[in-house]
Design a protein around this ligand. Structure first.
Ligand SMILES: [Zn+2]
Length: 688
């Protein structure tokens, strides 16, 4: 299909031309075609450029209102079109959508760059920033000015022309290297797949897994079987393969991939770390890790160190205790435990000590019961909010259902959309996003949605979830509540618009209600017999979850500390031997343990060298510290009670990004976050 020339202005017949007239501005999905979205994206960029030009050309002195608030109000059409578009690309994609994506993505990046690097626009923002304490602004307004200013500074707007040119070169080279890293990784991963001739060697794998390995070999036009690699160091087959030599081959293929040889990512990573260090110094930061932390709740790399430092010793001690248990089992088989034996013996411990058959639990977890009698009910008991089906409102796919959300006093709050099934055109995983975000300035109320990838049952059969899917639903709904409870003025601060090392915290907290007795007894009843899930089973699930936490925490910390080490370089250092650098970094951080490799090693650390997580891999555990401490606060205060929910909602969830995140945490917890609850949750012994 050929593309028509991009239209400059949008015909009124386009359903995205004006805010939707449907309740809460729900997009009129039934009328929207991909061509409407494309038209609206292009017109939205043009309109946004014109608005920015108007702000710059304003003859009046720069003020909070005529500059920062004007920026907050700008780009409305583009934002409306983008929210619909990005949902199409992730949840209902097609060839045409992918074609529009390839056309729009580079233009969107250039659009964003042009805005952030405009010297005239930055001069106005900078003037407002300089006078922010003498302009009669309230604390949220001062914060908004500071956020905008930081966005511009991090983009390089404060540099002179030569500096901006140098930055453009660095960004370009870094983008190239990131693509090279990704392509090397893909090719090296394919090349590292382990070939097996004799099916007898695959003893321990299921019939389906063996058929999959035969299929993978056939796809490459070869006989026999092929064990392909997944991204982290740990390969699923290692837990099952009885053939020890094959375990060793699979393990070694995994941890040495893209290291040396034709697709060597070592030098690529080293050059990226160097250029990031140069760029950080150009932008006025000591290291890349400090540049990244400046935008996060951690604020400094020293704060990241302090947290990680508290976790290392208990994680290592616990991994060593696990190694002892596994070593005894291995010795009984006449072998000395090696890294490639860990998962195999760990699985044996899990099966023998904690007999939980997760597949057998599914009849207790029927989707609608989990959602309505579990997830919604927990929110009703805790926050007083209610969820009413709105079958009259149309979602973006036949699977999408719509609920209207009301507050404790019956006040209309927003809409919640749920789209739970896997299907063609939908990416994997689970996520939350918004079609409309709450803002008093724009007079908008939230329209949020959750996507899951549950397998659709056969016609007429109930949808039965795994325990992990139940937890995921509670998790994503936690993000949804963060969006729905939002009560802020400026869209920049709405709902989940918080730093990356904070955004997973509320959603992780919401997972606590999945196994909470008052909630669980209400939803977890057998789909045929109505029999409740027994408390013994629940206790067994909880006990089983603790086994292996030493390993899991240590492999995560090792990867995190490796990420930090690469991003603490000064701009004059170029690492010549990436392997030696990695070994030395793990040693120095106290996480070197032969039996537990980092979850990702340098040459396949995609999050950091080809994703958006450089110097940011720590954020998962940073959020979890806040989460575990908050769960403890709920428990100390009687658990699922309205007064607890009101405190958490009003002091933290509803504030979005409008207040200091750790300040909001303190307002709930009464003190700074403590790592004790996380260590206890993970069953990690305190440091000796
Ligand atoms: Zn999440």
């Amino acid at each position: 299909m050929t593309s028509s020339p991009a239209p400059a202005s949008l015909p009124a017949s386009n359903p995205l031309a004006a805010p939707s007239q449907l309740p809460y501005q729900l997009p009129p999905f039934a009328e929207i075609t991909p061509e409407h979205v494309r038209e609206a994206l292009f017109a939205g960029m043009a309109e946004h450029r014109a608005e920015i030009a108007g702000i710059i050309a304003d003859p009046a002195e720069p003020t909070f209102d005529n500059t920062v608030v004007a920026l907050e109000r700008s780009g409305e059409l583009l934002a409306r079109a983008e929210r619909v578009f990005y949902n199409l690309t992730s949840a209902v994609s097609s060839d045409r959508i992918r074609e529009i994506e390839r056309e729009f993505s580079p233009l969107a990046a250039a659009h964003e760059d042009a805005l952030r690097l405009d010297p005239a626009l930055f001069a106005r923002v900078d003037a407002v920033f300089t006078g922010r304490h003498d302009a009669g602004l309230d604390s949220e307004q001062v914060r908004l000015v500071e956020r905008y200013h930081l966005d511009f500074v991090l983009s390089g707007a404060a540099l002179d022309e030569a500096g901006r040119e140098r930055l453009r070169e660095l960004n370009l080279r870094l983008a190239e290297l990131s693509t090279t890293f990704d392509q090397n990784l893909q090719q090296a991963t394919e090349a590292a797949a382990v070939a097996v001739d004799d099916a007898a060697e695959l003893d321990g794998l299921s019939e389906g897994e063996i058929a999959g390995a035969a299929g993978a070999a056939a796809e490459r036009g070869r006989d026999g079987y092929l064990l392909t690699l997944v991204l982290p160091s740990g390969q699923p087959a290692l837990a099952k393969l009885r053939n020890r030599d094959l375990r060793r081959r699979l393990y070694e293929a995994s941890v040495s991939r893209a290291s040396g040889g034709e697709h060597d990512n070592g030098p690529v990573a080293a050059e990226m770390a160097h250029l990031r260090a140069v760029r950080a110094r150009l932008l006025g930061f000591d290291t890349h890790a400090d540049l990244i932390a400046a935008d996060q709740t951690a604020k400094t790399s020293a704060a990241v160190d302090a947290l990680l430092g508290e976790l290392v010793a208990p994680a290592l001690a616990n991994a060593k205790a696990e190694a002892e248990v596994l070593g005894e089992l291995a010795a009984a088989d006449g072998i000395e435990l090696a890294a490639w034996d860990w998962a195999f013996y760990s699985e044996r411990v899990r099966a023998e000590r904690y007999a939980v058959d997760s597949a057998a639990l599914r009849p207790w977890f029927e989707l609608d019961r989990v959602l309505v009698d579990g997830v919604f009910r927990a929110a009703e008991l805790l926050y007083g909010y209610t969820f009413t089906p709105r079958p009259d409102l149309v979602g973006y796919s036949a699977d999408t259902r719509v609920w209207e959300v009301s507050g404790p006093d019956g006040r209309p709050v927003g809409l919640y959309l749920g789209d739970f099934y896997a299907r063609e055109g939908k990416r994997g995983g689970a996520w939350m996003s918004s079609f409309v975000t709450q803002s008093a300035l724009l007079e908008t109320r939230p329209v949020v949605f959750n996507n899951l990838n549950v397998t659709r049952p056969a016609a007429g059969q109930p949808t039965l979830l795994t325990l992990s899917e139940v937890t995921t639903l509670f998790h994503e709904f936690g993000h949804a509540l963060h969006g729905l409870f939002s009560d802020v003025t400026y869209p920049r601060f709405s709902g989940t618009a918080v730093p990356r090392d904070f955004v997973e915290f509320p959603s992780q907290v919401n997972e606590m209600w999945a196994l909470w007795p008052e909630v669980l007894t209400h939803y977890a009843t057998h789909v045929q017999t109505g029999e409740p899930l027994s408390p013994d089973t629940v206790r067994a699930i909880e006990a089983a979850a603790l086994w292996g936490e030493g390993f899991a925490t240590l492999e995560y910390l090792a990867a995190t500390l490796l990420d930090q080490a690469w991003h603490r370089l000064d701009p004059d250092t170029v690492v010549a031997d990436p392997q030696a650098f990695e070994a030395q970094a793990l040693q120095a951080a106290g996480v070197a343990f032969d039996l537990v490799p980092p979850r990702y090693r340098t040459t396949y650390f995609q999050h950091v060298f080809a994703g958006g997580y450089s110097a940011g891999y720590y954020s998962y555990i940073w959020s979890e510290v806040l989460d575990a401490d908050t769960v403890e606060w709920f428990k100390e205060n009687g658990g699922l009670r309205r007064d607890n929910g009101d405190v958490f909602r009003s002091r933290l969830l509803s504030r979005g990004g409008s207040v200091d995140a750790l300040g909001a945490f303190r307002a709930v917890r009464g003190r700074d976050a403590d790592t004790g609850p996380l260590l206890r949750r993970r069953g990690l012994a305190p440091a000796a």
